[in-house]
Design a protein around this ligand. Structure first.
Ligand code: NPW
Ligand code: ADP
Ligand code: MG
Length: 275
């Protein structure tokens, strides 16, 4: 297994002078039911602060005021207006679906419609409830888009059918080949799998990260990086490394690292490491 080390930060590129917001990608983040609004707000914050050019959040109506008070840079779309949601999805370079989405009937409808409508120029990041729904409803991933899955160990069990105790690199690689997706199998040392490629293991990270919303933040960061630095497995590895390296830095002086603190620190960290 390869190691993901500081070298991967070379993915973070200086911004060309001749650029505008469209240069840095359009991202749509879909999730946040009435109970889990925080999850999609944290993912949105991570996408905005990692530099995605134009960010739209599709969530339950009840989350609109909170979203705008936390991240005014993001646009809002009501998740229950499906035609408008699909119009936005068709314009996006990257779609992140699942943080706090929930597993209700309308969550399922949105997920199914998004899976049907993504195209070959788009990258789809599937996280949280979207992974759980995929497994429960036996939904196949779209064959058009580049797909990135970001499961924790239980979500990986649901999607891959490998019980947590039996998850190992060989079986994880076989499942990744079957799913034909990049799989970010999260743990204290997250592993990144890609079809028929040697997997890579993160070398940084801290138990100070073990708090709700940490994975939602990673999903938003992966989306933000994919918008700007190419839809390649190395871009995903760079986001995984950055997320944990930043947590390590913050944890030098803190017992617990709050997910939004990683997002807030992203612009400075990325400036320090731009190539
Ligand atoms: N502020 C918000 O709005 C937040 C909203 N969130 C959103 O909530 C939705 C549900 O996501 P979820 O991860 O909380 O629940 P679920 O998918 O049922 O998995 C938990 C089950 O799996 C088990 N488990 C075993 N190993 C595990 C492991 N390594 N890592 C994690 N779990 C592990 C675990 O075992 P236990 O902890 O009981 O030992 C338990 O039985 C999702 O959309 C997410 O985005 C959250 O992000 C929080 C902040
Ligand atoms: N002990 C730990 N050491 C390092 N990283 C951790 C640890 N515990 C959790 N993490 C990281 O926190 C994130 C948790 O993701 P997830 O369970 O999806 O959280 P949530 O859905 O609540 O946002 C992952 O990126 C994982 O690697
Ligand atoms: Mg999660």
């Amino acid at each position: 297994m390869k190691k993901i080390t500081e070298d991967i930060l070379s993915i973070i590129k200086s911004r060309p002078v001749n650029s505008y917001k469209g240069t840095f990608g359009k991202i749509v983040l879909i999730g946040g039911n009435a109970n889990f609004g925080g999850a999609i707000i944290m993912a949105t914050m991570a996408a905005v602060y990692s530099g995605a050019g134009l960010v739209t959040t599709v969530t339950d109506n009840s989350n609109q005021v909170s979203l705008h008070s936390q991240v005014p840079e993001a646009m809002f779309q009501d998740i229950n207006e499906l035609p408008q949601v699909l119009a936005l999805v068709s314009q996006a370079n990257v779609i992140v679906i699942g943080p706090g989405l929930g597993t209700e009937e309308n969550s399922k409808q949105v997920l199914t419609a998004v899976f049907k409508n993504v195209t070959d120029k788009q990258t789809l990041v599937v996280d949280g409830s979207a992974l759980t729904l995929m497994a429960q409803e036996h939904l196949s991933l779209p064959t058009t888009s580049t797909n990135v899955l970001t499961p924790h160990q239980m979500e990986w069990q649901r999607v891959s059918n490998i019980p947590i105790a039996q998850q190992n690199p060989e079986l994880n690689q076989q499942a990744t080949n079957r799913l034909n997706a990049i799989a970010v199998v999260k743990s204290s040392r997250t592993q990144v799998y890609s079809p028929n490629t040697e997997p890579a293991e993160n070398t940084v990270g801290t138990p100070a990260q073990a708090t709700g919303g940490m994975g939602d933040t990673l999903a938003g960061m992966i989306g933000g990086f994919l918008c700007q630095f190419g839809n390649d497995v190395r871009t995903v590895e760079a986001a995984v490394y950055t997320h944990s390296a930043m947590a390590d830095e913050i944890a030098k002086n803190q017992y617990v690292v709050l997910p939004h603190q990683i997002s807030m620190a992203l612009p400075k960290f990325m400036k320090k490491h731009e190539h």
